[in-house]
Every structure is written in C-alpha cells, then in structure tokens.
Design a protein around this ligand. Sequence first.
Ligand code: SAH
Length: 397
Amino acid sequence: MGGREIEVVRGHRIDYQLYKYLLQYFSEGELESLFNAVRRPPGRYYVRTNTLRINPGDLINRLRERNIDVYPDEHLNEALWFPVKGPNRIPSARKIVIADKRAAESVYMGANLYVPGVVKFEDGVKRGDEVNVLAPNGEVVALGIAEVDGDEVRRVSNGVAVRTLISTYSLPKVREMPEYELGLFYDQSLPAQWVAHVLDPRPGEVVVDMNAAPGGKLSHVIQLTTGKAVIYAFDRSPGKVREMDAILGRLGMAGLYRTEVRDTRYLDIDKPELVGLVDKVLIDPPCTDMGVRPRLFDVKTMDLVKSMSEYQRQFIRVAWKLLKPGGVLVYSTCTIPPLENEDNMAYAESLGFRVVDISIPNASGGLVDRYRDSVARFYPHIQDTPGFFIAKLTKPM
Ligand code: SAH
C-alpha cells in the first residue's frame, strides 16, 4: 500500500493504480481536460421546474420580470438554466484568511465565509479589512471584507467571518429567490434531470427509489406521475431522510410518496411484501463522485473505486428480486470509472437483467464496447455538465 500518487491537474490526486486504470479508457490529455473541467463549475446552473405548481414558461417569465437571466433547456421542457459567471481575476489583498475545503469550495462560487469554515484568521486582521480567502492548499478563491477581528473569530461560533466581494466564479443565488421558497423549482443538474425520464414512471405503477435522499429524482418521479404512482422512497440515513421530507414538503409533495429509513441492501428481507411486485426501481447509489463539480481538490484511489463497485452491486441484486417480470431498473451515478458503471451493468446482465438502449440528446455512449450504443454518459469536458452515467435495464418476462 501507500502507492505513488499522481497529481493529474492542480489539486486532483489519484493513486498510480487508478491512473493506470483510467488510462485504459482515456488518453493523458483527456484525463487532464476532464479533471480541469471538474475544477470549474458547469457554465450553466440548472434547476428543474416543479411542474405540479407552475409551467416552465410562466416560471421563466416570472424570473425575467425581475431581470434575472434565465433560459429554457433546448431539449428538456422542465429544465431551466442560469449562466454562471467567471472565472474572475481575484485582486490581491494584504491579509489572508484560510478556509477549510468545504467552505473554500462555496466561497469559490460566491458564498460568504462563515465562522465554522475558518481554519486560520490572522491576528492582524481587523473588522473591515480587505482579505483574500485561501483554500487549505493555498489557492486564492476570493477577495472579501472581514466581518470580525482576528482575535474575535475564536470566541464566536457562528455568523459571517468574511463577506465575499469577488469570487473565482459566481452562481445565481437561487436559494434567495422567492420562487425557491414557494417550491416552484428544485436545483438539479441536467444529467440528473434525465434519469426520471429514462425511468418513465406511469400513474398506477409501483416505483421504488432505493437511494432516495435528498429526493431530487424522487420529486421528479412524482412530477411525471402527478403523484398518481405508488412510490416508495428509501434511504439509509435518517438525517438525510428528514432533509428530504422537508424539501418535498416545500415542493408540495408531502403525502405523495412513502418514506422509510432502510438499508436497501436488505430490502428483500425487510420488505418481503414488495418482492416480485415492483414495476420500476431506481438505483442512484453512493459512488466515488468523480464527476461532481466544482471541486478544487480531491484524492481518489483504486481501492475506493473497487469497494464502491462491490457496494453498488448489492443494490442491483436486491432490485432483481423486487422487480416483477418485465419490470425496469434505472441505474445512475455521478462518477467516471467503468467499474462503477458499465461493469456493473455487465454484472446486472449476469443476474439476468438486459440492458436496453436509451437515447439522450448530446449524451456520449458507454466506455465499454458492449454498451457503446446503449447507455448514456455525460462528461465535464465534453458536455460541460457533471460527469454522469445512466443505464436502463429490464428483467425479462
Ligand atoms: N437519488 C438522490 C441522491 C442519492 S445520493 C437524489 O436524486 O437526490 C446516494 C444516497 O444513497 C445517499 O442519500 C445515501 O444516504 C444513500 N445510501 C447509501 N447507502 C445506502 C444503503 N445501504 N441503503 C439505502 N440508502 C443508502
């Protein structure tokens, strides 16, 4: 163990084994463009219209009346996007504040720096000073104004530490729009918005979401069936399930689905009443997240990819048991390695599933010959979306 690491682009390290593995599918130059794109946010910030409450055209008009720059997607009716600004040049300040990774990534996108995200606040910094906010690796992410003194930051536990003036990128502040509070939209990337369409749920069907929280794809399934399907939403994390119920409440969807906190790797044992009776299953499992943007720095290893792949297969085995003959499984991830994607589809086929062709405008095909024309992929450096994988399978009659 303790193998060599390669820094593919600034901040993005992978171990040598994973590097060699990825080189089977990408050239060095492609890997570099891919990881460089992961460092940036997509040029479009997507939201999904809550069609149970408003139609997309009316939502656009409402936003444009306040001079908000918003556009309809070219293909997906409910998808709208806001342009993301940047990269902006960050002027240098004389003093610096260091933020932790998570906070630095939000400040990089225009958020303020809150006290809990501060790693180091120089003692010399006084309230009102101009400061540069740095990520733990020394990368400058913003210019801002200190809202507290350096010696004060250790005593207070909350509030704004630095108000951001100029950040590397700036996202529209969708969470501050009244339409957000009113549940008229849900923030969701474009590839994620294709998943429910590929699942194609119909009123009256029994649908199981095996990894439901925080409810992005679940709420889309509810929209597409206008709440008239029998929808089970499972997730292992009680905290995330509470968050999901709050989000779906805001969207006006309370009562249109059933939630249970479950480790769905054992759903066939815990919910025997579902075995063989489900029309549609969605698996959106934890993954190595290598397509998630923007990410300033990250470390990934081949061991992690392998263990994720094993973990993901457990959901596929259970989906096989839950589905009725003729039932449909949709499998999606936000990561790149074929071991978590195409290879898991080959595993599903070894259980009896059949991968069926899907076609999504502008998507790329599979990275493995057998699935070149059947599954869909999105790449940060090609489609300028998060890295994403979607496949559709059926359990033969
Ligand atoms: N489908 C969601 C995102 C899912 S993220 C959306 O569209 O919004 C993956 C989820 O899988 C996480 O919420 C995680 O808590 C859940 N998860 C991980 N292991 C699990 C398990 N063994 N059983 C059920 N859920 C699990």
